[in-house]
Ligand binder design. Structure first.
Ligand code: P5A
Length: 471
């Protein structure tokens, strides 16, 4: 799979009925039924986390050109990626309308109307929408699309700079919990100034590593400072009657989360889904012969009910096809647990369970302990998926003090960490010399260590930074 990740990824999306990319607009695909279910459970998980402290809203998709153009730096970052609606029927519109590439310029003019006093703050809204970006880099299903069909964007406004900083840290914790639930490993870094979100003071990014060693940015959190507040005149009256600009943050995730999950856990047989988002968590496969057929089926129904009563999503695969074909499908679809039941098992009062990752047979007694035993298997399965993925990531982050070694390390499938002075010009020079992207600052050094920058041996290194080949 590592040898040809791209091909594996394209095939699995189609074979497991996740997306169909044959739609006749480049970069736009259809969510197929199985993919849609995975998407649904992934969204439920995220919403549960967001709803604790954020409120969901829904803004229109079209943004007037005047609003989009107001924030200079922001518009410059997006101008080559915007789709425009210029006509209503045959008539040219008085003002062209942008299909949102992201919603700052849709939301913030309204924040300016809604926020009046310090009691209106903080405001923490999020929405789950489709956004459009005319990407010029090679498009890939879920990974780089032109219609991001599941864009989860949160936008906050605060009275103080400190609160905005704390909000960034809170979103980092929230994203960590989200990715941990999905067993997706990540590296968190402070993006270099030339790669931060257009209009942000700073950007904190989550990157995962794909099986081919390239990294994928799977989520970003931006501290917007007062840039947008000043552009869109978002002010409030504080306790002393003084008018002040708010401080803002925003954070976003996309369809890439599902790409990362598929890529991190999948194997040559198909998907391996974390139980939280698996449409079916347990598949029961009856092994049927003429004799004892009814008894086996009725026991399967009983098991299904029993497992459902502890909250599991269970299906009986009673299709009239060979069991071998059912096993093949179960492996492809990545359901965490399969249990088999035949007439002889019924006689012995046992069932044969199998975890999708280990593919080892486990005999479980058909008694009151069954549900607990299955829950136990699922817990261990999730834990092992996560541990395996994290181990892969950790094994593929390699530290070097030699600039000339970076290329070889990256080309053999790694992310490289190195000592860096943090200077912009020096950073760009490292990117130029090596041909790769600096992800950002990963760790701060104490500054007293006498450690030198990898590129400029005269300069003290202030940070450990990451560099990689990126999607
Ligand atoms: C944060 C939310 C923003 O747009 N505005 C509101 C901020 N940030 S971002 O970094 O530009 O995008 C957020 C995340 O979306 C993913 N992403 C994409 N996924 C698929 N296809 C694309 N073309 C695409 N562009 C961005 C990234 O994971 C990014 O971190």
């Amino acid at each position: 799979m590592v040898e040809n990740f791209s091909e594996w990824f394209h095939n699995i999306l189609e074979e497991a009925n996740i997306t169909d990319s044959r739609y006749p607009v480049k970069g736009m695909a259809i969510w197929m039924p199985y993919g849609f279910q995975i998407r649904k459970y992934t969204l439920e998980l995220l919403k549960e986390l967001l709803d604790k402290d954020n409120e969901e809203v829904l803004f229109p998709m079209l943004i007037p050109e005047t609003e989009l153009a107001k924030e200079g730096e922001h518009v410059k970052g997006f101008e080559d990626e915007v789709y425009w609606v210029t006509k209503g029927g045959q008539k040219d519109l008085n003002e062209q309308l942008a299909l949102r590439p992201t919603s700052e310029t849709a939301i913030y003019p309204m924040y300016s109307l809604w926020i009046r006093s310090h009691i209106d703050l903080p405001i923490k809204y999020y929405q789950i929408v489709n956004t459009f970006r005319y990407e010029t880099k090679h498009t890939r299903p879920l990974i780089r699309v032109r219609e991001i069909s599941t864009f989860k964007e949160a936008h906050t406004a605060h009275a103080t700079k400190q609160e905005a900083k704390e909000q960034v840290d809170e979103y980092i914790e929230l994203y960590k919990e989200f990715f941990n639930n999905l067993g997706i490993p990540y590296l968190i870094s402070d993006r270099p100034s030339w790669d931060k979100f257009p209009g942000a003071d700073y950007t904190m990014a989550f990157d995962t590593i794909m099986p081919d060693g390239k990294t994928l940015q799977i989520g970003t959190i931006h501290n917007l400072g007062q840039t947008f507040a000043k552009t869109f005149d978002i002010t409030f009256e504080d306790k002393d009657g003084e008018h002040k600009y708010v401080y803002q943050t925003c954070a976003g995730l996309s369809d890439r989360v599902i790409a990362a999950m598929i890529a991190n856990h999948g194997d040559e047989k198909g998907l391996r889904l974390p139980s939280m988002v698996a449409p079916t968590q347990v598949t029961i496969i009856p092994i049927l012969f003429k004799k004892g057929r009814e008894e086996v089926l009725s026991k399967c129904m009983e098991i299904k009910k029993n497992l459902e009563s502890v909250g599991l999503r269970v299906k009986i695969d009673d299709r009239d096809i060979r069991p071998g074909k059912k096993f093949y499908d179960w492996e492809l679809k990545g359901t965490p647990i399969k249990i088999e039941l035949g007439p002889r098992d019924l006689e012995n009062n046992i069932t044969i369970a199998m975890r999708r990752d280990k593919l080892e047979k486990v005999e479980l007694p058909l008694d009151d302990s069954l549900a607990d035993n299955i829950l136990d298997l699922i817990e261990k399965y999730d834990e092992d998926l996560k541990t395996t993925s994290w181990k892969f990531l950790e094994d593929h982050v390699i530290f070097t003090t030699n600039l000339d070694e970076i290329q070889e390390l990256i080309e053999s499938g790694n992310v490289v960490s190195f000592n860096w002075c943090g200077d912009d010009e020096c950073g760009k020079e490292i990117e130029e010399k090596t041909g790769y992207d600096i992800l950002g600052i990963y760790e701060e050094l104490d500054g007293e260590s006498g450690i030198k920058c990898i590129n400029n041996n005269q300069e003290e290194a202030k940070y450990i930074a990451l560099i990689a080949k990126t999607y």
